[in-house]
Design a protein around this ligand. Structure first.
Ligand SMILES: NC(=O)C1=CN([C@@H]2O[C@H](COP(=O)(O)OP(=O)(O)OC[C@H]3O[C@@H](n4cnc5c(N)ncnc54)[C@H](OP(=O)(O)O)[C@@H]3O)[C@@H](O)[C@H]2O)C=CC1
Ligand SMILES: O=C(O)CCC(=O)C(=O)O
Length: 419
């Protein structure tokens, strides 16, 4: 295996993880090589007329990794650090995520290098509509279906759906998931990635013979994934002692009232306004002496620099790619289980799949049905991964990759799509 460096892009991490897992399986190395590369990356420029009359041109991407099991699927990220490489790495993770959940999608990811906080709502709408026009030829309900990710939300998905539908001359809800329910979105999609993080955390807590009522949890971030995970774990009896936003976090050893702290979507950058006995930096939050730590904001926060200082007994990856290769190796040596992103936060894409089914059938499901089916799918995937973990001497990440990769490699072999 290549020597990991600490300056690691999402793509480098994703490639190393793939090779690492492939080494445990008897898979044709040609297929593994193919999977290290995207099928296609669309790069576009998107002009926006700002309200002061200036024109700014942003760069956007849609990276399509693999579609052997179904249409490309994955979120759209608006963040200043979005790059082509990042989209490709995140798209690879989507391929494994859909396969580990056994849902009939491939993997993709897109994004625009922009700080959405710098734009007004009208400017964001213009940006989204123009970006949709630029990627229109590569997306569609049976080709590639975007969804929310960091910096985008149901409103962004509604604009995307509308811009696509106008050009096609008919309303096509299935081109995107994560829309508001009034325009064909699924109930429960918004909260689904956080819900799956909470379900998997609950199962991991149980697997390691802990009682959720006696479990302290620290959560990094307070956006869509983090706030929903923190609130559910709180509702289920865990003590959520810390949460954060981009500016830092609040800490209460007796447990925070997670419902009283505004999430990113309720009010961005408001976490530190919440009254609490202590504040912590985002770095300190990860090192708190808790049972479970859940990085659920940005990538590459667990690195060789802090891996030896992490006190938590279990790490649940809420964000995509929060752990570098070097940190993963340190956690493996320290025997700290890291439950990987491709399993833990897969509730988002799973409910996106439910949404896509609802759009095709023009029939909406109740929130209760969505949550029940999500619970079933998460427990089934947890059980598949746990079986690999229990029968092989591997990490949780490798176990999840083994499940995913076996399905993808088999599909490639059977379809004979080669190279
Ligand atoms: N949304 C989805 O459907 C899914 C998202 N994910 C992944 O989960 C992660 C979070 O996404 P999501 O919850 O949607 O994002 P959101 O945009 O909803 O929220 C992001 C959160 O992260 C905080 N944040 C931003 N920068 C930093 C930083 N440098 N340090 C600490 N916190 C920071 C933000 O704080 P502030 O309020 O101050 O801006 C906000 O609380 C990403 O890795 C994403 O890819 C995974 C599966 C599905
Ligand atoms: O719902 C989806 O299609 C994808 C969500 C996503 O981007 C992710 O799981 O990382």
């Amino acid at each position: 295996m290549e020597e990991p460096t600490e300056e690691e892009s999402a793509l480098e991490t994703a490639r190393r993880q793939l090779q690492h897992a492939a080494d445990h399986l008897n898979i044709d190395q040609h297929i593994v090589e193919r999977l290290k590369h995207p099928k296609k990356v669309q790069e576009v420029t998107v002009p926006v007329e700002r309200e002061n009359g200036d024109v700014e041109v942003y760069t956007g991407y849609r990276a399509q990794h693999d579609s052997v099991r179904g249409p490309f699927k994955g979120g759209l990220r608006y963040h200043p650090e979005v790059t082509r490489e990042e989209c490709v790495g995140l798209g690879m993770w989507m391929t494994w995520k859909c396969a580990v959940m056994d849902i009939p999608f491939g993997g993709a990811k897109g994004g625009i290098a922009v700080n959405p906080k710098d734009l007004t709502a009208d400017e964001k709408e213009q940006l989204t509509r123009r970006f949709t026009d630029e990627i229109r030829s590569v997306i569609g309900p049976t080709k590639d279906i975007p969804a929310p990710d960091m910096g985008t939300d149901p409103q962004t998905m509604a604009w995307l759906m509308d811009a696509y539908s106008i050009q096609e001359g008919e309303t096509i809800p299935g081109v995107v998931t994560g829309k508001p329910p009034i325009v064909g979105g699924s109930k429960g999609r918004d909260g689904a990635p956080g819900r799956s993080v909470a379900i998997i955390a609950r199962e991991a807590i149980d697997y390691y013979d802990k009682d959720i009522m006696e479990t302290d949890v620290a959560v990094q971030g307070y956006g869509s994934v983090a706030s929903n995970a923190a609130r559910l774990l709180d509702d289920w009896g865990a003590t959520v002692v810390a949460v954060s936003d981009v500016n830092g976090g609040v800490y209460d050893a007796n447990g925070l009232d997670t419902h009283a702290i505004p999430s990113h979507h309720e009010e961005p950058e408001a976490v530190m306004d919440h009254e609490a006995p202590k504040t912590v930096s985002n770095e300190e939050l990860l090192e708190l002496d808790v049972d479970v730590v859940i990085p659920a904001a940005i990538g590459n926060v667990l690195t060789a620099d802090n891996a030896n200082d992490i006190s938590a007994e279990i790490i649940i990856e809420g964000a995509n790619g929060p752990t570098t290769t070097a940190a993963s190796e340190i956690f493996a040596e320290r025997d700290i289980p890291v439950i990987p992103d491709i399993l833990a936060n897969a509730g988002g894409v799973t409910v996106s799949y439910f949404e896509w089914l609802q759009d095709i059938n023009r029939r909406s499901w109740s929130l209760e049905r969505v949550n029940d089916e999500l619970e079933k799918e998460m427990l089934a995937a947890w059980s598949d991964v746990r079986e690999e973990f229990d029968t092989r001497d591997v990490t949780w990440r490798d176990a999840a990759y083994i499940v995913a990769l076996s399905r993808i490699a088999e599909a490639h072999e059977i379809r004979g799509l080669w190279p």
